[in-house]
Design a protein. Structure first.
Length: 201
């Protein structure tokens, strides 16, 4: 015996209307026996995550883009891992996005890390409204390395020809010379970047 189901319960692709029994909500204007496709709005898509495959050398006190060059996943082919190292909003997928990044910076000598910041930049802008920043100050006890995590929500345009993009930048002060980003600590990725569109965003 067929059980009555609510159309709002069905969001996993094509469902044959003949399997539904009594439709309790919604409107069906087709012929009984037709297939009905319900859009899946229950997932945080588009989504991506990328990471560094090797250490990245830095110039001391120079603001530098992080070149995430390896893709873990990218549902809409929206991240450029070869040239610009940025996430570009896919056309037609504008809205609010949650972005996150973890960066590990280290000095080449013991206890020489004086300052470390990382930031998201939207469309390359340095204006306050398009930046999100996290800082590390070691005060009078500098260490050899530090890890910063940064999360932020941006409203991203997906309009054709004016799609917004996000990049990650760092600035590190090494008392003794030029620092670097360590891609791996132990057996885990230590420099990575990801994000996804918020449901309803």
């Amino acid at each position: 015996m067929s059980r009555a189901r609510d159309i709002s319960d069905i969001h996993d692709g094509s469902t044959d209307i003949t399997t539904l029994g009594t439709v309790t909500t919604g409107t069906f204007n087709g012929t009984v026996g037709d297939s009905v496709t319900f859009p899946d709005v229950s997932k945080n898509l588009p989504a991506f995550e990328v990471y560094k495959s090797a250490n990245q050398g830095l110039t001391n006190l120079a603001t530098t883009k992080v070149s995430f060059d390896t893709i873990s996943f990218d549902t809409n082919n929206a991240y450029d891992e070869t040239t610009n190292y940025r996430f570009i909003t896919p056309t037609g997928h504008g809205g609010k996005y949650f972005f996150y990044s973890v960066i590990n910076a280290t000095t080449l000598a013991v206890s020489q890390l004086g300052y470390f910041d990382m930031r998201f930049r939207k469309n390359g802008s340095i204006s306050t409204n398009d930046n999100r920043v996290a800082y590390h100050y070691p005060d009078n006890n500098p260490g050899a390395q530090a890890t910063i995590t940064l999360n932020a929500i941006f409203n991203m345009s997906g309009t054709s020809g004016s799609e917004d993009y996000i990049e990650v930048y760092v600035n590190v002060y090494d008392y003794s010379g030029n620092p670097q980003l360590d891609a791996v600590i132990g057996s885990g990725q230590a420099v990575y970047f990801g994000g996804y569109k918020l449901i309803g965003g």
